[in-house]
Design a protein around this ligand. Structure first.
Ligand code: ATP
Length: 272
């Protein structure tokens, strides 16, 4: 298929993002095709979350153009566009979890609120079909048995998977995950990675973008990688071409060695 004959899931051309007196992203060119699975890596403050906020139709470029799901930011109603984008970000709660905790909402209820994009459940909007869909999504994320468990008693790892199920409830064309592994212990991290790998198999059309600091957290199903440093993209493309020792060393400013085991990536500092 010719790249110009079809809209990309995401397309940034020469995008710069400035806030008062500060540049957060400089001259970014990035194209994500439907069905691709990207990881964005880079040191603290490199601009990863800012890039994701453009993809989530939360932030406009200060200059350049950004197209999300074929719609150009600045020309469309962002709220409408945001409904087509699933976002899981600890820093940007789309759901008032405190409220749901207070009401002892179950995991299933939390997922159902993703259908209406609301903090509280709107029961008259959920029928049998939505209920079945929410149960199926919990099963897809390996949380089938949690449906009736109050969300507030679920472990951090379980909550992380329930949040992904909630984000998928609106049937987004693209799923954005900003450090979804933060605060998870090793088994919970591995469970979430496995759930994301299973998701890629079950929903081949879904496009995903994951922001993380750790190579160990990159799912084996990842197809493309983007490395950022000091507001700039320093490499972007197929994962095998981008995730290399020299590229990661340049990105993180340390001499790193990269190993792959069972399709996953591991990095450590080179010792002399
Ligand atoms: N609204 C803002 N005003 C001023 N500076 C900001 C604003 N938002 C972000 N920044 C700064 O821009 C830089 C890039 O932020 P961003 O969150 O995109 O980085 P990141 O790569 O996701 O970092 P981390 O890995 O630490 O989460 C940071 O130094 C941050 O402090």
């Amino acid at each position: 298929m010719h790249p110009w004959s079809v809209d990309a899931a995401l397309e940034l051309n020469d995008v710069t993002i400035r806030v008062v007196g500060r540049t957060l992203v400089s001259e970014a060119d990035w194209r994500v095709e439907y069905g691709q699975h990207w990881v964005i890596l880079g040191p603290n403050g490199a601009g990863k979350t800012t890039m994701l906020s453009v993809a989530a139709a939360v932030r406009h470029p200060s200059s350049g153009t950004a197209t999300v799901l074929g719609r150009r930011l600045g020309r469309v109603d962002l709220r409408e566009l945001r409904r087509c984008v699933g976002l899981v970000a600890a820093s940007q709660r789309l759901v008032d979890e405190a409220l749901l905790e207070e009401e002892a909402a179950t995991a299933l209820t939390v997922v159902l609120t993703g259908h209406t994009g609301t903090s509280a459940p709107l029961w008259d909007r959920y029928g049998e079909a939505e209920r079945e869909r929410a149960e199926r999504l919990l099963a897809d994320l390996g949380c089938k048995d949690l449906a009736d468990r109050p969300f507030h008693v679920c472990s951090q790892g379980e909550r992380a998977r329930i949040r992904v199920a909630r984000a998928l409830m609106a049937d987004p064309a693209i799923l954005l995950l900003d450090e979804p592994f933060a605060g998870l212990d090793l088994p919970a991290r591995e469970d979430l990675i496995e759930a994301l790998e299973d998701l890629a198999a079950v929903r081949p059309g879904l496009t995903t973008v994951l922001v993380t600091h750790h190579l160990e957290e990159v799912p084996a199903t990842t197809t493309h990688a983007l490395l950022m440093k000091d507001t700039r993209i320093i490499a972007a493309g197929p994962v095998d071409e981008v995730l290399t020792g020299p590229n990661l060393s340049a990105c993180f400013g340390r001499r790193l060695r990269l190993d792959t085991i069972d399709g996953r990536w591991y990095a450590r500092a080179l010792r002399l």
